[in-house]
Write a protein that binds this ligand. Structure first.
Ligand code: 13P
Length: 290
């Protein structure tokens, strides 16, 4: 009985170590910008969802899904504790990302934190920074704009790619300050990043009122804001960065509305929450214009 239990524990730890050792895995598809334009970036954000078994089952669903078009790059940002398992079991043409990282750029006494250098080391390619849920804080202190920009810089310096989230709340849209809010979230980046840093960033415009609510910005509303964001980047960072940077839309995007959103000229992809948890995610991947 004791031996059996010990074997079970050993097996469990064996699995644990297998799943958390440094991964050698293709880094995901390239972010190089094609001459013809920007490559679509479809990101999934699993948020704090799933058990090992449930998320392994999700990997199986995506592994069996169709091919990824060559003009689309796909990344799944999964809970920290499942990164090792997902890196081992998910098809190699989907990059694996995290949903947050620490401000620290080296190991040390940062209890509970996960450094971007550690994400890089395990084989993660992308990290989401500044998601509105983290900016707000869900019962804990939220993350101020400068902290988000600082984390972004550290992550980039550690070789990660960043999906940097911005977006306004319902009352801010209603009072006409959407772009003012987005600009305030982007401004610290403009101060802290080098021009070369922007090669490894995508901006995820996620109106807070559309996240998890079933309310989606109409394609035209989203396009208008994306165009304003691109204009701001052109004026405050550089026209070249503005023309190359990808701006993803996030907020109740799903298979049924992705085609119309992705058809807009300034919408270069999506950051998807709920619909990235099941097979509908691949309907979004397939909806990118080719
Ligand atoms: P939903 O797609 O569930 O609205 O979530 C969007 C989001 O927050 C992605 O980061």
């Amino acid at each position: 009985m004791i031996a059996t239990t010990a074997a079970a524990i050993g097996a469990a730890f064996g699995l644990y170590f297998t799943n958390t050792k440094k991964k050698s895995r293709p880094a995901g598809s390239s972010v190089a910008v094609a001459e013809s334009g920007r490559k679509y970036l479809i990101g999934g954000n699993w948020k704090c969802n799933g058990t090992v078994d449930a998320n392994a089952a999700r990997c199986k669903i995506f592994n069996a899904a169709g091919p990824i078009p060559s003009n689309v790059e796909v990344v799944l940002c999964v809970p920290f504790v499942h990164i090792g398992m997902v890196l081992e079991s998910l098809r190699a043409d989907i990059a694996v990302g995290a949903q947050n990282c620490g401000l620290n750029n080296a190991c040390g006494a940062y209890t509970g934190e996960v450094g971007s250098h550690q994400l890089k080391d395990i084989g993660c390619t992308w990290v989401i920074i500044g998601h509105s849920e983290r900016r707000e804080g869900f019962g804990m202190a939220g993350e101020p704009v400068d902290l988000c920009a600082d984390k972004c810089k550290v992550a980039l310096d550690n070789g990660m790619k960043v999906m940097f989230c911005i977006g306004e709340k319902k009352e801010e849209r209603e009072s006409g300050v959407t772009m003012k809010v987005c600009a305030a979230q982007l401004a610290p980046l403009a101060k802290k990043l080098t021009i070369a840093d922007y090669e490894n960033i995508s901006i995820a415009y996620e109106p807070v009122w559309a996240i998890g609510t079933g309310l989606t910005a109409t394609p035209q509303m989203a396009q208008d804001t994306h165009a304003e964001i691109r204009k701001w980047i052109s004026e405050n960072i550089s026209p070249d960065v503005a023309s190359k940077i990808r701006i993803q839309y996030g907020g109740s995007m799903k298979g049924a509305n992705a085609k119309d959103l992705l058809a807009m000229p300034d919408i270069d992809g999506g950051l998807i929450g709920g619909a990235s948890l099941d097979a509908d995610f691949f309907n979004i991947v397939a909806a990118a214009p080719n």
